[in-house]
Design a protein around this ligand. Structure first.
Ligand code: G4P
Length: 532
């Protein structure tokens, strides 16, 4: 086996998807503790991001080094290298999350045992499904009052249309939570009393009928567990192929706060999560073990150094070995990009790496040359697809106080669109640009950054539009192309070009959008676009 194949085989690149408050931050810390990347719990962030106020976010934007450091967390466990890609906790930044999911090979879905599937869980799951990302489920907060395991499993199965295999079965919940039964290993994993971190011990039993179970558990819990194990057997057996295709999820129960059940989860990831697999590019399919380097940029982070406008582009390596000092081809422009000091991310520190392998993520500092969706190669002409843009529902017209600064504003918007801070649309009638965002907070960040970094003051004006679509001819060929031209000319004030000069249409209502779809059968109206 080549070195590249061996190194790629050791990589597990994943993200955690969760509704705010389900315990993503707490679980992240526990995973890093197990991987030896941090020494004490509470080191990642004292508070979950969702509780930050608007001014906290502004501060973070000014002090952007923090989010760079926690964007990728690398640790070693069971001989494998795990790359945990962080996703923002605030749903106003969900576009960032969608893009990050394009760079992982697996995801951990955290569910609050009292709440079950919540709105954001479902949305993020749908994004995983688009790419058939395999999902391992962690049902968290079992140390609190929880819903019945059966009810939770059924909910996952029904609302997400995903097969479930309980890998462990919980013993009680809340104050009565005593631990879990590991079905595959026929082992009881018991919670140590008190609030000890990582407080778990294993007791091997011969199966559900072992009388030792009754001796080990508080009165009555043995029978309840037997009943549970019986119920668990109605779910499908774990099947690796089905998991890898994103049809089945193994489910683990635990308490991130108590450090309980996290090792089960990590062992599950180590055993089942895939190493980097082949990726489709426009020209061909790329295998990770190929010797030539390929990768794509899924995230851009403005750096702390405002003077130099330094930005860090996050490159997911798809094949080959990235060496320090390499020159890579930016396929979009044909430019050669020097990678003199790729950044590796070990928990809170940044380190200069000597080399990176498929599945790894490295930071490349640049002065705004790289943008989201860029493919970098050793020279080959190919583009990875799959970094998504979603049709934003908040559309605002940018108003500039000083018209003399129009050129500066254009540059600012272009650069911030490259970074994925907002989507920018330029109306075909030449009027002021329109920005599209998922949440209000993005607008706040946009105007404060344009002010701080470019010295331009802007405000936003409401529009009557509630949605937009990318418009494309249904078939390649002159007829549908001509239809697109006619459509764009039919109402130029409602049409625009996006950052990549692709045509878009704005609509004031869903009804209006559906009517356009009916009236223009030669066109496709897309709510999602994959960048290239
Ligand atoms: P998030 O990143 O998904 O938003 O969640 P985070 O980890 O910040 O957890 C949200 C709250 O839930 C925190 O409590 C955290 O301590 C608690 N929590 C997480 N996992 C568990 C668990 O397994 N059991 C219990 N009982 N609680 C858990 P908080 O009081 O809101 O905040 P904090 O001040 O403790 O940070």
């Amino acid at each position: 086996m080549s070195e590249t194949a061996a190194e790629a085989g050791r990589r597990r690149t994943f993200a955690i998807i969760a509704h705010p408050d389900a315990g993503k931050t707490t679980l992240t810390e526990q995973l890093l503790l197990l991987g030896g990347a941090i020494q004490i719990a509470g080191a990642v962030r004292a508070k979950g991001e969702r509780r930050r106020t608007r001014s906290d976010w502004m501060k973070i934007e000014q002090d952007r080094g923090i989010s760079v450091a926690t964007s990728v967390m690398t640790f070693e466990y069971a001989g494998q290298i795990f790359n945990l890609l962080d996703t923002p906790g605030h749903e106003d930044f969900s576009e960032d999350t969608y893009r990050t999911l394009s760079a992982v090979d697996a995801a951990v879905m955290v569910i609050d045992a009292a709440k079950g599937i919540e709105a954001q869980t479902r949305k993020l799951f749908e994004v995983c499904r688009l790419r058939d990302i395999p999902i391992v489920t962690f049902i968290n907060k079992m140390d609190r009052e929880a819903r019945e395991p059966l009810e939770l499993l059924d909910e996952i199965e029904k609302t997400l249309a995903l097969d479930v295999t309980p890998a462990t079965w919980p013993i009680g919940s809340g104050r009565q939570f005593a631990g879990v039964y590991d079905r595959a290993h026929e082992t009881l994993r018991l919670l140590r009393p008190g609030n000890e971190q990582g407080g778990e011990r294993d007791e091997k039993v011969t199966g559900p009928d072992d009388v030792r179970i009754d001796a080990l558990l508080p009165h009555g819990q043995g029978d309840a567990l037997r009943e549970g194990i019986e119920l668990a057997s109605v779910y499908p057996e774990f099947e690796l192929a089905s998991f890898r295709e994103g049809h089945l999820t193994p489910v683990y129960f635990g308490s991130a706060l108590r450090g309980f059940g996290v090792k089960h989860l990590l062992d599950g990831l180590a055993q089942f999560a895939p190493s980097p697999s082949a990726r489709a590019a426009d020209a061909r399919v790329v295998e990770p073990e190929e010797e030539k380097l390929t990768g794509f940029v899924f995230k851009i982070q403005a750096n702390t150094d405002l003077q130099h406008r330094d930005r860090v582009a996050f490159l997911r390596v798809c094949s080959g070995r990235l060496r320090k000092g390499a020159r890579l081809k930016q396929v979009r422009t044909g430019k050669s990009i020097p990678v003199n000091a790729p950044l590796f991310f070990f928990a809170k520190e940044r380190q200069v790496a000597e080399e990176a392998w498929p599945g790894d993520v490295v930071g490349i500092a640049n002065h705004g040359v790289l943008r989201i969706g860029d493919t970098l190669t050793d020279g080959e002409e190919l583009n990875f697809r799959g970094v998504p843009s979603f049709a934003p529902e908040i559309l605002r017209r940018v108003r500039l106080d000083d018209p003399m600064l129009a050129k500066k504003l254009r540059k600012a918007l272009d650069q911030l669109a490259d970074e994925g801070v907002v989507q920018v649309f330029r109306p075909l009638d030449g009027s002021q640009p329109v920005v599209g965002v998922v949440g209000q907070l993005q607008l706040d960040v946009l105007s404060s950054r344009i002010q701080a970094e470019y010295g331009v003051h802007i405000t936003f004006e409401g529009t009557s539009w509630s949605t937009m679509r990318w418009v494309a001819p249904k078939e390649e060929g002159p007829q549908d192309r001509a239809a697109l031209d006619r459509f764009l000319r039919s109402a130029p004030s409602q049409m625009a070009e996006d950052h990549d000069n692709e045509p878009v249409a704005f609509f004031t209502s869903d009804w209006g959008r559906r009517r356009a779809e009916e009236e223009w059968p030669a066109l496709r109206f897309l709510s999602l676009r994959e960048q290239h």
